[in-house]
Design a protein around this ligand. Structure first.
Ligand code: GN1
Ligand code: CA
Ligand code: CA
Length: 127
């Protein structure tokens, strides 16, 4: 067993690790890809909770998830364009506020909100 505390979490076969800095979505994607991973796609309460813990620990505001509704407004998918198998939207979300929210953040309370992809948010990668 590998000790990942305090900046990483292992859940099943997955490892989540914070980069410790904020970036817009596209750059965040690149950071994770370059590291051999991807942005996080939480598929269960356990995975979401691990990500929530990392967001809380870093204390730099919400973090990016991998999912977008780039391809069809209001229809969020993973990067492979498959539909969500799990979600944890906050009340009233996703709302596509101001008509331009196609990315997803995970907040300190673990809930999801759609946001503009230009927002600079905490980078967490999934491996
Ligand atoms: C924020 O700033 P405002 O209230 O227009 C948020 C939206 C949320 C909304 C919930 C950039 O929008 O995504 O849906 O609060 N915008 C940003 O009330 O985080
Ligand atoms: Ca949208
Ligand atoms: Ca929103």
């Amino acid at each position: 067993k590998v000790e990942l505390f305090p900046n990483g979490r292992g859940v099943g076969q997955k490892i989540f690790k914070t980069a410790g800095f904020v970036k817009p979505f596209q750059e965040a994607e690149q950071v994770c890809a370059q590291a051999g991973g991807q942005l996080p796609s939480p598929r269960s309460e356990a995975e979401n909770h691990a990500l929530q813990q990392l967001v809380e620990i870093e204390n730099k505001g919400p973090g990016y998830l991998s999912m977008t509704d780039f391809w069809k407004e209001g229809w969020f998918t993973y990067p492979d364009r498959k539909p969500l198998v799990y979600s944890k939207w906050g009340p009233g979300e996703p709302n596509n506020s101001k008509g331009r929210e196609d990315c997803v953040e995970i907040k300190t309370n673990g809930k999801w909100n759609d946001v503009p992809c230009g927002e600079k948010l905490l980078v967490i990668c999934e491996f």
